[in-house]
Design a protein around this ligand. Structure first.
Ligand code: GLA
Length: 658
């Protein structure tokens, strides 16, 4: 991907063809370089079964190309046509047994043979017509996968899936401990889909089945498309950040890179939260990503659909690029006159005239064009990785034990404390190799096997700093309890074991010099030192339930050339910052720059070795940043040095003066 693209979602099928030229003229004027089209146009492309009308799309692609705008096509399977919805077995069945109503989106059963056949046919037709078009640079498959179906086909497919996962029913019974409550299965066909809480082994297997189902569905489309595409064309899907219905590492396996759709909803942007979503998406493939959709001003689907402040979206745009976005597309170009999203923010209003926001979009487009040569081809090189594991997340979500214990919130708790230090961060699958990192944090890595233990041991053995936390090493890959105390195979590295865990009703005090006013909330584990000579206790618990009083809460253990932290409690924000500070000092890591709160610095490395620094004031007030070195600001074209004032939402994109 050698270009920093700016674009919009465009639905030419909503408008008479006579209007298109004006739309395209306005797009060109606004600096649009790419449009995404067709992802909901199935009923226009195939109004009756087997009758394809793609000429309009071809015309739109050509008209755009004449204006120098390239196209991304979406396969239209997220919005199926009425003639297909009425075929038996196509619409999904909800948990309560009701068939999903036609007229919204994503209402298909992902395993339905009828639906898959129809999907393949429309994708075939599109691939044959547009696959080798020089104007179509890439494809988005479907749109925001999300539906879970409970129909008889899915149940039968689930049972088939289990037969590929387990060598025998006896093994399945053993791993799921089905002797418990008399659940033992004597035939595969007896195994149900989990509705509500169920056996933890079955629930985890169902999640994996959903991931596999979407992967297979996507693969049929990938296989239709690939043979028609030139090598430069790519395939992606627009995911939804931390959405947790399936394993995104599985789903991205057959794609070239990941994309995501970033919406704020009510309120304003918090870069410490959104930064994690960007880094998560980049980590799905360990590649730069596309921001396939983002909001121009406001959405229509939340409590108060307030607008972003003037220039907030520009700061957000550069923030996305700073975290690895190679394209940003606003959803959508113009307000549709009908349909469910009449009130959503757009660039053109119902009259087809520019909304005030278009001015800001133009500015972003102009700046992208100005900096495309500087930025394209650059990537993020981080020394710090946070490990993400869907299995661990689901295992905890099935049995939170403390209802307020949220895996993603805990993950973000770690991310925030690191991110505000202006470090470039990676979020990776817990199964990825760790070469090149200095510090690895594994929040609530409850799911452990020998391969993971071995990898983490190797990392620490070679000098890595590893942070383990509460809720680590309790489960095996089948979601059964391991027959060892937490953190199981990692205890040797940590120099501690967990004697017991406690869901907390309210915060409890910590004791010790490091966290004088500190508290632990939601969760606390009582650690026991295993007697290694150099294991240090960084914090004890204060007086609370008796069981935790004066017991170790946070420890650090030197292991070969590295160090392993064990953080047994969910620390309050201030203590978390203090701890992160200690960890960073120990790892000889420091942020890119010191900034006031709300001002972010991130970097991308160009192939020629030059580092690009993105300095962004995410606040609506002026801020002063003391630059550690004189620099060239590529946005203003000016030399900057010393104390630099950043006006509200101001952005500077710097390289160091030679
Ligand atoms: C999603 C969809 C878009 C649109 C937006 C509105 O992300 O992909 O089609 O509905 O939401 O916010």
């Amino acid at each position: 991907m050698q270009k920093l693209h700016f674009g919009v979602a465009y639905y030419p099928e909503h408008w008479p063809q006579e209007r298109w030229a004006e739309d395209i003229r306005l797009m060109k004027e606004a600096g649009v370089t790419v449009v995404r089209m067709a992802e909901f146009a199935w009923s226009t492309m195939e109004p009756a079964e087997g009758q394809f009308h793609l000429e309009w799309l071809e015309k739109a692609i050509e008209m755009l190309a004449e204006a120098g705008i390239v196209s991304v096509l979406g396969t239209p399977t997220a919005a199926l046509p009425a003639w297909l919805a009425h075929k038996p077995g196509v619409l999904a069945i909800e948990e309560n047994g009701q068939t999903v109503q036609f007229g919204n989106r994503c209402h298909y059963c992902v395993n339905s043979p009828q639906f898959q056949q129809a999907s393949r046919r429309i994708v075939q037709a599109m691939a044959a017509r547009f696959g080798n078009s020089p104007h179509v640079i890439g494809w988005q498959i479907d749109n925001e996968y999300q539906r879970i179906c409970y129909c008889p086909t899915c149940r039968a497919e689930f049972q088939n899936f289990l037969q590929t996962e387990y060598p025998s029913l006896d093994e399945l019974n053993l791993h799921w401990a089905t002797a418990y409550w008399s659940q033992a299965y004597s035939d595969w066909s007896q195994i149900p889909l989990p509705i509500g809480p169920h056996n933890p082994g079955l629930m985890l297997a169902f999640k994996r089945f959903i991931s596999r189902s979407y992967q297979n569905f996507q693969k049929t489309q990938v296989d239709e498309l690939r043979p028609h595409l030139p090598p430069s064309a790519w395939l992606t899907h627009n995911f939804m950040g931390w959405f947790g219905a399936f394993d995104h590492y599985t789903l991205t396996r057959d794609l070239d890179f990941a994309s995501w759709d970033w919406y704020i909803g009510t309120g304003h942007h918090d870069h410490l939260i959104s930064g994690a979503s960007h880094d998560l998406t980049r980590g799905f493939k360990r590649k730069n990503f596309w921001l396939m959709e983002t909001q121009p001003g406001n959405v229509n689907w939340t409590k108060t659909n307030n607008a972003l402040n003037k220039l907030e979206a520009r700061a957000m745009a550069w923030h996305a690029v700073a975290h690895g976005a190679d394209a940003l597309l606003y959803w959508q170009w113009r307000s549709a006159l009908g349909g469910q999203e009449q009130y959503h923010g757009t660039l053109l209003d119902q009259a087809g005239r520019p909304r005030p926001f278009l001015g800001e979009a133009r500015l972003i487009a102009r700046e992208f064009a100005q900096l495309t040569d500087l930025i394209s081809g650059s990537t993020i090189q981080s020394k710090v990785a946070l490990l993400n594991c869907y299995d661990s997340r689901w295992s905890i979500e099935f049995q939170r034990h403390n209802n307020d214990f949220d895996y993603v919130a805990y993950f973000q708790h770690w991310y925030r404390a690191l991110a505000e230090r202006n470090l470039d961060l990676d979020i990776l699958s817990a199964d990825e190799p760790l070469t090149g990192y200095k510090l690895v944090i594994a929040p609530a890595l409850i799911m452990l096997d020998e391969a993971r233990v071995e990898k983490l041991r190797e990392f620490v053995r070679h000098g890595g700093r590893l942070v383990l936390t509460l809720r680590t090493g309790l489960k095996d890959r089948h979601n059964a309890l391991l027959t060892a105390r937490q953190p199981a195979g990692l205890a040797e590295l940590a120099g501690v074991e967990v004697e017991d865990y406690y869901a907390l009703e309210h915060p409890i005090p910590l004791a010790g010099n490091l966290f004088p006013q500190g508290t632990a909330g939601l969760w606390a584990e009582r650690l026991r030192l295993l007697g290694e000579k150099y294991t240090a206790t960084l914090a004890h618990y204060g007086v609370s339930n008796g069981w935790l009083d004066a017991q170790p809460a946070v420890t650090v253990n030197p292991y070969q050339s590295g160090f392993v932290y064990m953080v047994g409690a969910w620390l309050d924000e201030a203590s978390q910052k203090t701890l992160v500070n200690q960890i960073l000092i120990n790892a000889s890591l420091s942020g890119l720059m010191k900034t006031p709160p709300g001002v972010e610095v991130r970097s991308r490395l160009r192939p020629d070795g030059e580092k690009i620094y993105f300095v962004i004031n995410h606040t609506p007030t002026p801020q002063v940043v003391a630059l550690p070195w004189p620099a060239h600001d590529h946005l203003s074209g000016q030399k900057v040095a010393g104390e630099v004032e950043f006006t509200p939402y101001a952005v500077a994109i710097l390289t160091r003066e030679k």
